[in-house]
Design a protein around this ligand. Structure first.
Ligand SMILES: [Zn+2]
Length: 267
């Protein structure tokens, strides 16, 4: 029996839709496996007002004692350490987007954590898996929101600039948040709720950075691993630091600060 022309056209349309969906899926998986970010900072960045001077800082999750990094042997049994500056052999040697002097990729287990992952802790200091999901995230000081990025399954990322009394700025960056209630260009005050912790199941946590730069690409001098290629490629929020010169490998070299130490010194 002959097929009606409309039915043929319909099948062709369905086939094309399936083909496009399939290609999107393949591209997404490729991007994920090769650490190609699927989100971009819109350029140019929107103009925003100069922040008022931040006179005091505090922790983004309250009360501070109820949240902390995962530390092997201290807050749980896994072989990972989510404190600032920690290296994580448990992350494996899969390639990441940093490049060594030969142009080769740098294994993930050589990267240093550039922030602190705040998990919910119970009264004995052990991680409560998933306990941070939905918890309000507060601005750590007076400042101006400089970006809000949608990172897909990673949740959203909020960046705030804080003007220091002695001159210069620091930036607080909050990864894996959801339902942001601030937008770029908006002034915020110390303790103001900006979002909630994104639901990532058992792994729900706030990745929190304090840094002296806005865009990671600007602070990598020529000849460093960062200049050869970073995970972010102009996107705010590298999340990790690495350099193939051990003398430069310490995260502070890149302008990342220890968030807990910084806030403790500026409370
Ligand atoms: Zn983290």
């Amino acid at each position: 029996m002959d097929t009606a022309p409309q039915e043929q056209g319909c099948r062709r349309t369905l086939f094309l839709i399936a083909l496009v969906a399939g290609l999107c899926l393949v591209a997404s998986v490729y991007a994920w496996e090769h650490n190609i970010p699927l989100f971009r900072l819109s350029t140019p960045a929107p103009p925003y007002p100069t922040p008022s001077v931040a006179v005091a800082f505090d922790f983004p999750l309250q009360p501070p004692g109820a949240y902390g990094p995962y530390v092997q042997g201290l807050t749980g049994p896994l072989a990972v350490d989510t404190r600032y500056g920690a290296q994580n052999p448990a992350q494996g040697n899969r390639p990441n987007c940093f490049r060594d002097v030969t142009g080769g990729t740098v294994p993930f287990n050589q990267l240093y954590h550039a922030g602190v992952d705040l998990f919910a802790l119970d009264e004995t200091g052990n991680v409560v898996w998933g306990g941070a999901s939905g918890i309000p995230v507060h601005a750590v000081a007076d400042g101006v929101v400089v970006f809000v990025l949608d990172a897909g399954r990673e949740g959203e990322i909020v960046g705030i600039e804080h003007l220091l009394a002695g001159g210069g700025s620091v930036y607080s960056v909050y990864w894996h948040v959801a339902r942001p209630v601030v937008r770029a260009g908006q002034s915020v005050t110390l303790g103001q709720p900006i979002a909630v912790v994104h639901d990532m199941g058992l792994n729900s946590h706030l990745h929190w950075e304090m840094r002296t730069f806005l865009d990671g690409s600007r602070i990598f001098p020529a000849g460093t691993a960062g200049a050869r290629g970073t995970c972010n490629r102009q996107i705010a929020g590298v999340g990790y630091t690495w350099d193939d010169d051990p003398a430069r490998a310490h995260p502070d070299y890149y302008g990342y600060l220890d968030p807990i130490a910084f806030v403790t010194a500026h409370r």
